[in-house]
Design a protein around this ligand. Structure first.
Ligand SMILES: Nc1ncnc2c1ncn2[C@@H]1O[C@H](COP(=O)(O)OP(=O)(O)OP(=O)(O)O)[C@@H](O)[C@H]1O
Ligand SMILES: Nc1nc2c(c(=O)[nH]1)N=C(CO)CN2
Length: 183
């Protein structure tokens, strides 16, 4: 007879808590829109990750890197997931690889960058995985699209995205309504 309190593995996995995981996408090499589109598809195809919001596409002046670093396209994707942060980072890096990320110098042009910004309120400080992303709070190219899809968003340890944005120069961030990420 089954023990009255027995719980099977499926039931347990169904009980893993949902967290909000937010990703930043960036590309400044090759077909930039296609690269972002590939990243979005990669996230949509990730089991146990549900894409709930996708920002508009923004054209942004490169921050850092060589003087002639081309402009980026950036966007932010909000998901709900039962996956652990490490698994989410692995997926992000695999998606970068799948889209043939090429990079020759630090902050130089890259086909695709997928950063994990937050996973719920988790705080992790390891070299391979820092949460919240250690530079998200100071990057207008991240915060402008994030605020667009979630005006109430906040970054653990740094505060509301809306407040952080108020102190940033957003002049290098331009919404490109002519460029659309398809569903
Ligand atoms: N929250 C995070 N999101 C993505 N990568 C992270 C995160 N925290 C740590 N990393 C590590 O950073 C590495 C990526 O470093 P990389 O030099 O590509 O950074 P970058 O994308 O060029 O710059 P930045 O992190 O400033 O956007 C990954 O291999 C990953 O292990
Ligand atoms: N505008 C812009 N600048 C950057 C970006 C980016 O995505 N957009 N990513 C960087 C490193 O990840 C460095 N600089």
């Amino acid at each position: 007879m089954t023990h009255p309190f027995a719980v099977d593995v499926d039931t347990l996995s169904g009980m893993r808590p949902l967290s909000t995981a937010v990703f930043a996408l960036g590309s400044n090499l090759g077909d930039r829109l296609e690269n972002l589109q590939g990243a979005l598809e990669g996230l949509r195809n990730t089991p146990d990750v549900m894409v709930v919001d996708v920002s508009a596409v923004y054209e942004t002046a490169a921050v850092g890197g060589p003087e002639d670093n081309p402009d980026f396209l950036n966007a932010v994707v909000v998901t709900e997931t039962t996956l652990q942060p490490r698994t989410l980072l692995e997926r992000a890096l695999a998606i970068e690889d799948a889209y043939g990320r090429i990079r020759e110098e630090v902050d130089g042009p890259r086909t695709l960058d997928v950063d994990l910004l937050i996973v719920g309120k988790r705080e992790i400080d390891e070299k391979a995985l820092r949460l919240p992303h250690p530079r998200a709070h100071e990057r207008a190219f991240v915060l402008v699209p994030w605020h667009e899809v979630d005006p109430r968003a906040s970054i653990p340890g740094h505060g509301a995205v809306a407040d952080l944005l108020a102190d940033l120069d957003t002049s290098g961030v331009r919404r490109r309504d002519d460029l659309v990420l398809e569903d």
